[in-house]
Design a protein around this ligand. Structure first.
Ligand SMILES: CC(C)(COP(=O)(O)OP(=O)(O)OC[C@H]1O[C@@H](n2cnc3c(N)ncnc32)[C@H](O)[C@@H]1OP(=O)(O)O)[C@@H](O)C(=O)NCCC(=O)NCCS
Length: 188
């Protein structure tokens, strides 16, 4: 088990802190941000409780989602968060999810931190496989996954009763060997 710290050009992925509360709440209280997510909008007290629950969690415990803050290095403020879960039965498989504040989207931040997370999981931790399940209507997230070279491997129709209606989902995944291939092509 370890404290996570992933650094990229502009960003740092690290534990949430109570001083992130205001910035965290700005986007986590926005219904558009939560539209396709497994959780609903949070009021300030709920956001504070959430940060309290997450802030001391370490990376490496199988079966547990940990939500980290994505800090903009130059401002010291969080611009979003990312969650990682190592699968309970096989911790060489991870699930991840990324959220970028509505004020900070389409600046390449999701792609940058996603790349940092994959470098850590595949290159440093030698994971075998990374999976993301996404609502079939979540265009931004689907674009992001395609742009990261994730492979669509499942389409589950009316798979989840979610926020008042049945929703379909895609499953995307990348294997360690596919990541190595992606890096090779990127660096050519
Ligand atoms: C999905 C999400 C994380 C993308 O964050 P972002 O920082 O705006 O993404 P980036 O700027 O890194 O863009 C990555 C790619 O997706 C594309 N993209 C981003 N938002 C898009 C949108 N709304 N529509 C179409 N394409 C979009 C970008 O053009 C880019 O493609 P490219 O690499 O081919 O140029 C963000 O929209 C978000 O947080 N949404 C709400 C939360 C959510 O639903 N998360 C996913 C569930 S875990």
């Amino acid at each position: 088990m370890e404290k996570l710290n992933i650094t990229t050009n502009r960003l740092i992925l690290r534990n949430l802190k109570i001083t992130d509360l205001e910035n965290f709440h700005i986007y986590r209280s926005n219904p558009e941000i939560c539209r396709y997510q497994g959780f609903d909008i949070m009021n300030l007290a709920e956001a504070e409780k959430f940060i309290e629950e997450q802030k001391d969690k370490l990376f490496g415990k199988a079966g547990e989602w940990v939500q980290y803050g994505i800090e903009n290095k130059s401002s010291g403020k969080i611009i979003g968060d990312a969650a990682i879960k190592l699968q309970e039965n096989n911790p060489r498989i991870a699930e991840i999810g990324i959220t970028i504040s509505h004020l900070e989207q389409q600046k390449g931040y999701a792609k940058e931190i996603f790349t940092g997370i994959l470098e850590f999981l595949f290159d440093t931790k030698n994971l075998h496989r990374v999976v993301e399940t996404v609502d079939a209507e979540n265009t931004a997230s689907i674009h992001l996954l395609k742009s990261m070279n994730f492979r669509q491997e499942g389409y589950f129709i009316d798979n989840i009763f979610f926020k008042g209606k049945w929703g379909s989902e895609y499953q995307y995944a990348m294997l360690n060997r596919e990541w190595k291939e992606t890096i090779r092509e990127r660096d050519l």
